[in-house]
Design a protein around this ligand. Structure first.
Ligand code: XMP
Length: 340
């Protein structure tokens, strides 16, 4: 059971009389079916006779949001997946195929060059986040204009707003709370039907909507993608390394209970040795696997030793430029889940 009370509603910048409200309760539990119906009605009311774009990343939040909005306004919503070059292996095709099964057409915008250009030379975590966010919303600006839409529907949730408000990190999809007006700066109004919920609540809305389980139980994946798992410069070569390493970690932990599992490319190099005894410098990869309820706090998962050994073996074999593999034991706090 998830309890969403006044303070979260307040954090999310809403008052109870506003259209996009907190979930209603039935006895001791939250009524997610009713919540879904209310949000569908609210989206319909807000968009009116207009048009909207849904920003789909394939993560749980934007997936649930897209299905809600599709049920609200059908073909007056265009679903756009930005292939920014920072996605997991084969993600654009997987997402497009999954939504096609639901009768929702997804348009893929290939924009990797623009994102890598914006991120070039940036090392500071918040500078990277800002570069990502600006590029993300500018890309949608053009898509919204081209489609003659007035609204951008996005899957911002309460945890995104909380992290940004507290000043931990500016999440890519939070604007109002850092003083940016989407309307003034980008020319459209954002609609955020899930912003009063945390991750477990979002999953329950997905289930209430009758979505396929593999969509609403998916592991969270951050909007800025693999850029959050690449310390130092984000470029295509370094992203290819972290993408491969993430795929290995995901494969090897697929059957284990956890909140998130991934790999991170660190910024430095470490000394290694070749089979014939020569020194070489190589990349350092950290493996991160955490248990968490809602991403606000987390602890390192006690992975079986055999899983860790398989992961390190596969990383050295499949990414020969790596000379060290580390397992990250840090809880949140003092750490965060991602690395930027
Ligand atoms: P942190 O690293 O803050 O992550 O402990 C908490 C949760 O949020 C995800 N995350 C993001 N999600 N946009 C998102 O949509 C972002 O900018 C972002 N940054 C982190 C992270 O994967 C974890 O689940």
């Amino acid at each position: 059971m998830q309890v969403v009370g006044w303070p979260i509603c307040f954090l999310a910048g809403q008052r109870p009389h506003e259209t996009f409200r907190r979930p209603p309760r039935k006895g001791n539990t939250v009524d997610y079916k009713k919540f879904a119906r209310q949000q569908i009605e609210a989206i319909r009311k807000t968009v009116g006779k207009g048009k909207a774009i849904s920003a789909l990343s394939g993560g749980v939040d934007s997936a649930v949001c897209t299905v809600l909005a599709h049920q609200a306004i059908g073909d007056r919503m265009k679903v756009i997946f930005i292939d920014d070059g920072l996605m997991r292996q084969d993600e654009p095709k997987w997402v497009k195929d999954q939504f096609a099964k639901l009768g929702i057409r997804v348009t893929i915008l290939r924009t990797a060059k623009t994102f890598f250009k914006a991120l070039r030379g940036k090392i500071d975590p918040e500078e990277k986040r800002k570069a990502f966010r600006d590029t993300f919303y500018r890309t949608f600006s053009k898509a919204v204009r081209d489609s003659k839409a007035q609204f951008l529907i996005q899957g911002t949730i309460a945890a995104d707003i909380l992290e940004t408000r507290k000043g931990v990190k500016t999440q890519h999809n939070v604007l109002d709370q850092i003083g940016i007006s989407a309307k003034k700066q980008y020319g459209y109004t954002t609609i955020e039907p899930l912003k009063t919920l945390y991750k477990p609540g979002v999953r329950k809305v997905g289930r209430a909507l009758g979505m396929p389980k593999q969509l609403y139980t998916r592991m969270p994946f951050p909007g800025p993608g693999l850029a959050t798992r690449c310390l130092g410069e984000v470029n295509p070569e370094r992203i290819a390394i972290v993408r491969k390493a993430c795929q290995i970690v995901e494969d090897e932990t697929v059957r284990l209970k956890k909140f998130q599992a991934f790999a991170v490319l660190l910024a430095d190099q470490a000394t290694g040795v070749t089979k014939d005894g020569h020194r070489r410098f190589g990349h350092l990869v950290a493996v991160r696997c955490v248990n968490s309820e809602n991403a606000v706090t987390a602890t390192a998962t006690k992975l079986p030793w055999s899983t860790l050994m398989t992961i390190q073996k596969r990383i050295y074999k499949e990414i020969p430029s790596v000379t060290k593999v580390l397992y990250d034991l840090s809880p949140k706090p003092p750490s965060t889940i991602e690395y930027i």
